[in-house]
Design a protein around this ligand. Structure first.
Ligand code: URA
Length: 236
């Protein structure tokens, strides 16, 4: 594996930031100074130092993707482009999958990881991890629509759990915070109050907030701080 890719996948910065650090003599491989970002290393056996600190190889990868329209939340699909297809990193070979699903036309934050246990835990309804979505609807929402949505509505035999709705002044857009994730939940909730979602974007998942500097389709590794928050996402 390349040294710059290794450091990027350990959350030490973007590839260009890391290249700069390596070129300015901040990286050692087994105690030897290297200045080429493409230096080949073996993450299992080589000792890598950056800014005088040893960078430990981590088994798990955590990636934030700003999902664009028209991409499915799956690992692979014979006919459709998937969120994993958008991530051009060797980490794909380490078994990346999306932590939860967004509909094909839903935009925004999706976390990709190979950490099955954490993903499973954070997605379990037991743990009530909050997810915030920005939405637009076809027709203005009334106060009573908002109260119904917040209290719980019937989406085909299932009553949604209490949630929060923040309605913007135009009455046709806002933010909804859910602690569960049934299939097409927000779209079905809008239908339950005789309305229709025309735009849906997830802006946070537990403590992780979408980095707005990422354009649609772009991704980056979670920083060390974000990674810690993500791992404790069910305790916040
Ligand atoms: N609710 C939906 O209806 N769709 C999503 O993608 C996410 C939540």
């Amino acid at each position: 594996m390349r040294l710059d890719k290794f450091l990027a996948s350990m959350g030490k910065g973007s590839r260009s930031e890391i290249s700069k650090l390596i070129r300015s003599s901040k990286a050692l491989v087994n105690g030897v100074l290297v200045k080429a970002p493409d230096t080949k290393i073996n993450p299992d056996t080589d000792v890598i130092t950056l800014n005088s600190q040893i960078v430990k190889y981590k088994k798990y990868v955590y990636i934030m993707l700003n999902k664009p329209d028209g991409v499915v939340s799956a690992t692979n699909d014979p006919n459709e482009k998937t969120v994993v297809d958008l991530v051009d990193t060797e980490d794909k070979l380490r078994g990346l999958f999306p932590c939860g699903r967004l509909d094909k036309n839903t935009l925004g934050l999706i976390i990709l990881t190979n950490d099955g246990d954490t993903s499973h835990r954070l997605l379990s309804p037991k743990h009530h991890v909050s997810k915030v979505y920005k939405f637009k609807v076809e027709k203005p929402l009334s106060k009573s629509d908002v109260l119904s949505l917040e209290g719980g509505v019937d989406i085909g035999g299932y009553f949604t759990k209490p949630c929060q709705v923040k309605l913007y002044d135009d009455l046709t857009s806002g933010e909804i915070t859910l602690t569960e994730g049934k299939y097409h939940q927000i779209k079905l909730m809008a239908e339950a109050v005789n309305n229709k979602i025309t735009y849906l974007e997830r802006v946070s998942f537990g403590p992780i907030v979408l980095d707005t500097s990422l354009k649609r389709g772009e991704w980056r590794y979670l920083s060390d701080t974000e990674e810690k928050l993500f791992l404790e996402g069910d305790k916040i």
